[in-house]
Design a protein around this ligand. Structure first.
Ligand code: GDP
Ligand code: ZN
Length: 389
C-alpha cells in the first residue's frame, strides 16, 4: 500500500510544486509531560494548542497540523490569574474548545510551563511580564569587540538560568578579530557559565546559521537576544530564508502580504524548531543597562564608603579613600572620572527608561481594555446563546 500523504501541496514560483507535510504536535514542542497534563481534558472535546501570538485583540494558537486559530480566554482562567504573569503568554500550551462561525474558540485550560522568561515591569516591582513560555534555548549574540561586556553576559546568564532555558552564546563577527582575541573572549565567557555553549561565528560567512541550527532540533523553541548591531537580524533572516521573504512580499493582485502570519511571535521554521521573537525579547538588553552600569562600579562605590567623612568630595578632604587609591595606583583615575559621571549617565538612562515605561504602560492598558472587552463580548455571547438579553 502506498504511504498516506498527510500534508499540503502548493505551487511556489521558482520551486514548482512543493509538498509541506502536516506539522505534528511533537514538532511544535509537545512532550510526554504535556501529554500527561492534557490527558484529563482530552475526553472533554478539548484540543491541545500552542499560543503563537498575544495581540492587542486576541490570542492566536497553532494546532496539530499547523493550522492557526484565534481564541479568547475563558472567564475562569481570567479570574484565576492573580497577576499578569499567570495569564497565558506566547509559547504556552493550552487546551482549546474549538468554536465555529458563530462561537469563538475558547482557551479552557493552561497547561504547566516548563520554562518561563519574564521581566519585571519597569517601575512596578511586583508585576512581572512574561516574554515567552517554554523556551528551550536562549541564544545571546555578542562580539569580541565593542559589544564585549562580561558583566552584561553575567546578567544574561542569570536571566537565562532563572528561566530554565539553556544558554548558547554566539561570539559573532569572528572575521573582524584575531584567533587569539576570539579564544580569550570565548574562554572568559565559558568561565562565567560552564553549562553554556559558546560558538565563534561569522554570520557573514554563514557560520552563525550553522551554529544556531545545531541547537534547533525537532520541537525546540529558541529566542535570540543581544545588543543592537551584533548581527541578530542577519542571523534571523538567514534562518527564515524563504519564509522571511514571504512576510514582506505583497501579492500584486490582492495587495495583501502572501503570508497570513506576518506578526506571529512564535514562528515554526521549515528547517525544524521554532523561534520566539517579540518586542520584549528585543528590549532585554536595554532594561539591563542601569544595573550593569552600577554593578561595574561597585568597587569604586565601596572605596567611597570608606572615606573618613560621609560628605567627602573626594578632592583634598582628609582621609579620602578614593584619592589614596588613585595615588597608590589601585584605582585608574579615568575610571574614577567615569564614576563621578555615573549619576548623570544613570539619569540619562532613567529618562530613556521612563519613556519606555510609558509606552509599555500604554500597551498594557490597551491590552487590558481589550481583554476586558473580550470578556464582556464572551459573556454577552453566552447570554445570547442562552437567549438572554
Ligand atoms: P542586529 O542589530 O543585532 O540585528 O544586527 P544586524 O544583523 O543588523 O547587523 C549589524 C551590522 O553588522 C550589519 O551591517 C551586518 O551586515 C553586520 N554583521 C552581521 N554579522 C556580521 C559578521 O559576522 N561579520 C561582520 N563583519 N559583520 C557582520
Ligand atoms: Zn573621598
Amino acid at each position: 500500500m502506498p504511504p498516506i500523504l498527510d500534508g499540503k501541496f502548493s505551487i511556489t514560483e521558482g520551486k514548482g510544486i512543493t509538498f509541506q507535510p502536516r506539522m505534528t504536535l511533537k514538532e511544535l514542542g509537545w512532550t510526554p509531560e504535556l501529554e500527561a497534563a492534557f490527558a484529563p481534558h482530552a475526553g472533554k472535546g478539548l484540543v491541545p494548542a500552542r499560543l503563537i501570538r498575544e495581540t492587542s485583540i486576541n490570542f492566536s494558537a497553532i494546532l496539530e497540523g499547523g493550522d492557526e486559530i484565534h481564541c479568547i480566554l475563558c472567564g475562569r482562567l481570567w479570574n484565576a490569574a492573580a497577576i499578569d504573569s499567570d495569564l497565558p503568554a506566547v509559547g504556552d500550551w493550552v487546551a482549546i474548545e474549538e468554536g465555529d462561525e458563530n462561537t469563538p474558540s475558547i482557551i479552557r485550560v493552561q497547561l504547566p510551563r516548563r520554562t518561563v522568561f519574564s521581566r519585571k515591569m519597569p517601575g512596578n516591582s511586583s508585576q512581572a511580564q512574561v516574554i515567552g513560555a517554554n523556551i528551550d534555548v536562549v541564544t545571546v549574540v555578542t562580539d569580541a569587540g565593542s559589544d564585549y561586556n562580561l558583566r552584561r553576559m553575567e546578567r544574561y546568564f542569570t536571566l537565562i538560568n532563572r528561566s530554565g532555558a539553556k544558554a548558547v552564546v554566539l561570539l559573532n563577527k569572528s572575521d573582524l578579530f584575531t584567533k587569539e582575541e576570539l579564544k580569550t573572549a570565548a574562554a572568559e565567557i565559558s568561565a562565567l557559565s560552564p553549562d553554556a555553549t559558546v560558538h565563534i561565528t561569522s554570520a557573514l560567512k554563514g557560520e552563525g546559521l550553522k551554529a544556531i541550527r545545531s541547537h534547533l532540533g525537532k520541537g525546540i523553541t529558541m529566542c535570540i537576544v543581544g545588543s543592537s548591531g551584533v548581527g541578530k537580524s542577519t542571523l534571523v533572516n538567514q534562518l527564515y530564508g524563504d519564509e522571511w521573504q514571504w512576510t514582506s512580499e505583497v501579492n500584486e493582485t490582492t495587495g495583501k502580504g502572501r503570508h497570513t502570519t506576518t506578526c506571529r511571535e512564535l514562528v515554526p521554521l521549515d528547517s525544524g524548531g521554532m523561534l520566539i521573537d517579540n518586542p520584549g525579547m528585543r528590549e532585554i538588553q536595554m532594561w539591563m543597562d542601569e544595573n550593569i552600569l552600577r554593578a561595574s562600579f561597585e568597587d569604586v562605590a565601596d572605596l567611597a564608603s570608606q572615606c573618613k567623612f560621609a560628605d567627602c568630595s573626594h578632592g583634598t578632604d582628609k582621609g579620602c579613600a578614593i584619592r589614596e587609591a588613585v595615588e597608590s595606583g589601585k584605582l585608574d583615575p579615568a575610571r574614577y572620572e567615569s564614576f563621578l559621571n555615573l549619576d548623570e549617565e544613570i539619569a540619562a538612562l532613567q529618562k530613556r527608561a521612563k519613556k519606555r515605561q510609558m509606552a509599555t504602560e500604554r500597551w498594557h492598558k490597551r491590552n487590558h481594555r481589550v481583554k476586558a472587552r473580550n470578556l464582556d463580548d464572551r459573556i454577552q455571547l453566552e447570554k445570547d446563546l442562552r437567549g438572554e438579553i
